[in-house]
Design a protein around this ligand. Structure first.
Ligand SMILES: [Zn+2]
Length: 121
């Protein structure tokens, strides 16, 4: 166990599990793994209130993609089974300013059943 206080800065620094770069804690989203079962769900914890082990990731769906591909969450949470990142992805996409995702369909909002998005511009 390493006690706190090594860094002189006032703001805690965390490492993004996606791009592995360090950032101030308030620039990162805390993510926890919910559920003891073989398939755990990753849950966004922007306020840092949820108990348990947390991982930190940039508010950037691209970092989530990298983290999922590298199974960085499985390592961070010491889970052997798959982790469902869909909730976190939706959270990140809703927090990411639109226009920063080239070639991406806008899937931020849950689609209403029986109602399709038209080509209205
Ligand atoms: Zn990152």
């Amino acid at each position: 166990m390493v006690s706190q206080g090594r860094t002189a800065g006032r703001v805690p620094i965390r490492t993004c599990v996606g791009c592995r770069s360090r950032a101030e804690k308030n620039e990162l989203l805390r993510v926890v793994a919910d559920g003891p079962g073989p398939v755990s769900e990753l849950v966004p914890d922007p306020d840092g209130l949820l108990p348990g082990r947390g991982a930190y990731i940039h508010v950037n769906p691209g970092c989530l993609d990298v983290a999922v591909r590298r199974r960085a969450f499985a390592r961070a949470f010491r889970r052997a089974g798959p982790l469902d990142a869909s909730v976190v992805r939706r959270w990140l996409e809703s927090e990411t300013p639109n226009g920063a995702s080239p070639g991406r369909t806008d899937t931020r909002r849950p689609r209403l059943i029986g109602q399709e998005e038209g080509d209205t511009t």
